[in-house]
Ligand binder design. Structure first.
Ligand code: C2O
Length: 609
């Protein structure tokens, strides 16, 4: 294993009979070469990846202090953001989709105070002891037995997620003086749809949400140390739905899951269709294991960027073009979204708030995802990924008060409405919980190593240049079609000395248009012939990233949205050997779903990411 030196710190599990999907060579490469993506942060006072591997102990990762810096400058497409304040949000019920219980009055809301009491230790769900599983079953049975009107009930908890993502919540922008002075004419602009996904709100909002969910469960069984098990899908032995969720007689069960996926290796970079590999670490053939596990580990490796790329862009309240959505970070758009879509059942559908039919229930549609108990353990792991990113890898979040003072109201276990701000939830230790680490973080060293294209396919040298010259440039707006990979030839990239300290080269699609009621995905690879580009998955060096969106509610039928997509590519260039004066690359688009239009050609810029 790549972290053999640290092996003695970890338990070895039966599943480790299958060797690490990451070749040991990747570590020695890292020792001498540039450490992909983490390099900047490691130097800036963070930890070396191997220190992290060696320093993690069975008792869990220590939580560091608040790591803040890296101002978000927003993006060019966002003209204005706002501090999202709970009092400016209002929920509008419709049909069978209730809003979560509102606070009885604004005066009944208390401000969040850090908890006292024992530390809650969140364990990996697949290794959880029977005692924890029994406690969780009892707590959830009691939560399910509460009347729906009780804000602590499972129905209410699930409704929180639905309401915050499918158009129930609306946001009233504050009125600001006009640039030349004076106030804008009345009436005020109508409230706009609000969503906790697809922006820098994603990570803190979900941390708050499962924090209260966990405390409510604990209080229902009188256990103030009760801790939510996390779905450890980043460890090879945890890459399957944990057993505790599979018993049809258990309150942890949900019937709306893809039956062909519940016992298979989860695919973190999920493209619908494809190989389903039964989860059997002993019997699985080595090449199939390598395929799925290596891609999963590489997907996670590729998530670790700076704040704007990892946590997402600011919540934008006024965009340049007709856009109503922001830019998700990799924490949200990669493994997180992959697992949602993977677990949902395409034959289970509901009609959303907007009258549109959504399938892939429960997990594959944000409106129903909170109805599956596995959702909360999935999000505990997403939360853990954020914790590792901040406190172990030393990345820094945003200093912008627009983020730090964003506030929401949740009911606690008493139950009473509590106002909690982003700045309240940046440190898990202060929130009274920690994550127990039981296995090495293999993905930290899973830099992609496989190469698809021969070295001379860069545009500047050899056959690649000739091929680029023969490839007609596509016309934008460009409608993507599955099965028709598109080459955007000779996309210029900034020279090295145009890249300032702290910046990375980022491939930017200014405007990607799609139907928010459907899943959307395309992959991007660099300098590969279009005929073979479809086989370039995250474990290949030419893979630059993906745009992924999960179906959400709240749009009017037929309405599309436009978002900006940014993919850090600097290390891809290093890995494929685009260096020196070779200043352009072929960007190959691999559509994975129908219904996406790219409005303008991609560019490569230097920016913080
Ligand atoms: Cu609110 Cu995993 O989504």
């Amino acid at each position: 294993m790549a972290n053999a030196g640290a092996g003695s710190h970890f338990l070895l599990f039966p599943t480790s009979v299958t060797p690490s999907a990451c070749p040991a060579a990747s570590l020695s490469r890292n020792e001498h070469g540039r450490r992909r993506r983490s390099a900047m942060l490691c130097r800036a006072g963070g930890l070396d990846r191997r220190d992290v591997l060696a320093g993690l102990s069975l008792t869990g990762v220590a939580a560091g202090g608040l790591n803040l810096a890296a101002e978000s400058s927003g993006t060019d497409v966002c003209l204005r953001g706002d501090k999202i304040m709970d009092l400016r949000l209002s929920c509008h019920p419709s049909g069978s989709s209730p809003c979560p219980s509102p606070p009885p009055s604004p005066f009944s809301i208390v401000n969040f105070k850090p908890p006292t009491g024992p530390v809650r230790v969140r364990q990996p769900a697949h290794l959880a002891d029977a005692g924890l599983v029994d406690k969780y079953k009892l707590a959830l049975a009691r939560m399910r037995a509460l009347p729906d009107s009780d804000p602590r009930s499972f129905a209410s908890q699930a409704a929180i997620h639905q309401a915050y993502c499918d158009g129930h919540y609306q946001y009233q922008m504050p009125v600001r003086p006009l640039p030349g002075g004076g106030m804008p004419p009345m009436p005020m602009p109508p409230p706009s749809a609000f969503d906790v996904h697809f922006s820098w709100i994603f990570a803190p909002w979900h941390r708050m949400y499962i924090y209260f969910y966990e405390r409510i469960l604990g209080s229902l069984i009188g256990d103030d140390a009760f801790a939510l098990p996390y779905w450890n899908w980043d460890a090879p032995s945890g890459m399957v739905l944990p057993e505790m969720f599979k018993d049809p007689a258990s309150p942890l069960y949900d019937a709306n899951r893809d039956p062909t996926h519940v016992d298979a290796y989860v695919v973190l970079d999920y493209n619908k269709g494809g190989d389903v590999i039964p989860f059997d670490p002993v019997a699985v053939q080595q090449h199939r294991y390598n395929k799925v596990v290596k891609d999963n580990l590489a997907t996670l490796y590729n998530q670790a960027e700076g704040a704007r790329c990892f946590l997402g862009e600011r919540f934008c309240t006024s965009l340049k073009v007709n856009q109503k959505s922001g830019t998700a970070g990799t924490l949200e758009s990669k493994a997180h979204t992959g697992v949602h879509i993977w677990l949902g059942d395409s034959s289970k559908c509901t009609t959303g708030y907007d009258g549109v039919q959504y399938c892939d229930n429960d997990m594959g549609f944000l409106g129903t995802a909170g109805r599956d108990p596995a959702f909360y353990s999935h999000h505990a792991n997403v939360d853990r990924m954020w914790h590792i990113w901040a406190d172990e890898l030393g990345h820094r979040g945003f200093e912008d008060p627009e983020w730090l003072d964003t506030s929401f109201v949740f009911y606690d276990e008493t139950p009473r409405p509590v106002r909690v701000r982003v700045r309240d939830v940046l440190d898990v230790a202060a929130l009274g919980y920690r994550y127990e680490e039981r296995e090495p973080l293999q993905w930290l060293d899973c830099r992609p190593t496989s190469r698809r294209a021969p070295k001379d396919t860069t545009t500047g040298t050899g056959g690649g240049a000739a091929r680029a010259a023969r490839t007609p440039a596509p016309v934008f707006p460009l409608r993507l079609r599955v099965g028709r990979n598109v080459v955007v030839p000779s996309v210029r990239r900034p020279t090295r000395n145009a890249t300032k300290k702290g910046e990375l080269q980022v491939l930017v699609f200014d405007a990607v248009e799609f139907d928010p009621c459907r899943d959307a995905k395309f992959d991007v690879v660099i300098n590969v012939a279009p005929e073979v580009a479809g086989g370039v998955t995250p474990q290949w060096v030419e893979y630059a990233g993906s745009f992924v969106s999960i179906q959400r509610g709240g749009a009017k039928p037929g309405e599309t949205i436009v978002v900006m997509v940014q993919l850090p590519v600097e290390d891809v260039f290093d890995d494929i050997g685009v260096v020196g004066d070779v200043d352009a690359v072929n960007v190959v688009l691999v559509p994975r779903t129908e219904g996406i239009t790219i409005l303008s050609p991609p560019t490569i810029v230097s920016q913080e990411c």
